[in-house]
Design a protein around this ligand. Structure first.
Ligand SMILES: *Cc1c(COP(=O)(O)O)cnc(C)c1O
Length: 453
């Protein structure tokens, strides 16, 4: 399988190369140049456990990694999940199900992809003899999922900047209490944007970047999207056959990576055609799918913070499919969007997506209604999926985070202590972090002292 850039101006690469590169050199995102048809395989995948299913699916895409190695990489990636089901499907009633994607080490769905990506990195680095230093900035969740994916991996050190005092105590503990020798959390005085600016400055320093093999863990790696396709297939196969005719997946959405993965599984022949994008008050994607107009505005903080985004980085992949792989058209759309901050699509009919959004007060009401009705505690991101549920067909709502990640909100809303053994064990560990000003030269020296070469 070859991987092409959505912008069509980079050479096609193998799976391993596309994973190592992350972003294509022409600024585009990698996409598999064709999609396998899984419809005939589904019957034989029935009843497989999660890692086995993941291996069967990923081997169709990662065809340049020997199967024995790939199997080990995949199985290792789901070992740290706290349930053997990995992604349990829970029936709420009628045709309503929730797919629990929060059983990984950082209790959010990003673990599905980042645990795998960490193992792939380690494998590919060992092969190439390279060593890398991952550098990133985080406003909370992605940083901890990335750190936990790379925890203790050989040949990679990770430097993660975050705004001191501006992330939750729990998020900070998830990054600073890992006990891993290759993890270097940096608490920066300033905002997330200040931290991000330092990272950008260091990446722009070409000599420094190449001397230390600086690498980004970005949200657009193709391996992340493919890893996420698997739980859609897994959930589909858990639904009784009589209820599979009319399935809709409802997906709390920010950067559009998660729901895109489901839609791609659909394009591979999973018998599901309906996907709902569920956003919070940052509703750029909701407006887009309801009107065709893609238009940025200001990011507004919400109580579902991992979905507080404006420009959805994975959206370009969808455009590529929408335009039938016409990279020149993708380039012109992206250029116009960049220049004007808006673009109007008139070809969305029958693409399979619908969209809703929820503001903070609805999120809080929903958490309490769901508890009242089903005795299930949901987190604020998952709550967004409960908007406008009708009772037709089968609905599978993706639950993207564990409620224990939002203890204050849950306590205030339900008067319940949402708990998780993983988070409780963090409270006993020592916090290890380096605090410094939002100053590129300070961070540069710190990397020079602690980087791997
Ligand atoms: C990242 C995240 C999302 C959004 O997922 P995208 O792939 O960016 O659309 C939703 N919920 C939680 C809890 C997240 O961490």
């Amino acid at each position: 399988m070859k991987y092409a850039s959505t912008r069509g101006q980079s050479p096609e690469l193998s799976f391993s190369q596309a994973v190592s590169e992350g972003l294509a050199p022409d600024g585009g995102l990698f996409v598999p140049e064709s999609l396998p048809d899984i419809s005939q395989r589904l019957a034989s995948w029935e009843g497989l456990d999660y890692p086995s299913l993941s291996f069967e699916f990923l081997k169709l895409f990662a065809d340049d990694i020997p199967e024995r190695d790939l199997r080990k990489i995949v199985f290792d990636s789901y070992k740290r999940f706290d349930t053997p089901e990995v992604a349990p499907l829970r029936k709420l009633g009628g045709g309503l199900y929730i797919l629990e994607l929060f059983h990984g080490p950082t209790l959010a769905f990003k673990d599905f992809a980042l645990q795998l990506l960490g193992n792939l990195y380690e494998y590919l680095l060992k092969d190439s003899g390279r060593k890398i230093n991952v550098l990133g900035a985080t406003s909370g969740d992605t940083g901890s999922a990335a750190i936990n994916g790379l925890l203790g991996k050989r040949n990679v050190n990770i430097f993660m900047l975050y705004p001191y005092g501006r992330i939750s105590a729990l998020q900070e503990r998830q990054m600073t209490c890992t006990g891993a020798g290759n993890v270097f959390p940096i608490a920066v005085d300033g905002t997330f944007d200040d931290a991000q600016a330092v990272v950008k400055e260091l990446f722009a320093d070409v000599n420094f970047k190449s001397k230390w093999n600086l690498s980004a863990v970005n949200s657009i790696n193709i391996a992340r999207v493919l890893a996420q396709c698997v739980y859609y297939i897994y959930a589909f196969l858990k639904i009784p056959e009589s209820e599979r005719e009319d399935i809709e997946f409802v997906v709390p959405t920010g950067n559009f990576g998660n729901v895109l993965a489901g839609w791609l599984a659909g394009k591979c022949g999973l018998g599901v055609k309906k996907f709902r994008v569920a956003t919070n008050r940052n509703d750029i994607l909701c407006r887009l799918f309801n009107s065709g107009l893609y238009e940025v505005s200001q990011v507004r903080p919400s109580c579902a913070p991992s979905m507080d985004i404006q420009v959805a980085s994975n959206f370009e992949r969808f455009i590529w499919y929408l335009e039938n792989g016409n990279a020149q058209k993708v380039r012109s759309i992206m250029a116009e969007f960049k220049a004007k901050g808006r673009y109007f699509f008139d070809n969305f009919n029958a693409c399979g997506f619908s969209a809703t959004s929820m503001d903070d007060s609805e999120i809080v009401e929903t958490i309490s209604e769901v508890w009242g009705k089903y005795k299930v505690v949901i987190d604020p991101h998952t709550a967004c999926a409960f908007k406008n549920l009708d009772t037709s067909g089968t609905k599978i709502l993706l639950s993207t985070a564990h409620p224990a990640k939002f203890p204050e909100l849950i306590r205030k809303t339900l008067n319940i202590d949402a708990k998780s053994p993983i988070l409780e064990s963090l409270a006993e560990r020592e916090i290890v972090r380096k605090r410094m000003g939002a100053d590129a030269s300070a961070v540069r020296s710190y990397i020079e002292e602690n980087g791997i070469r």
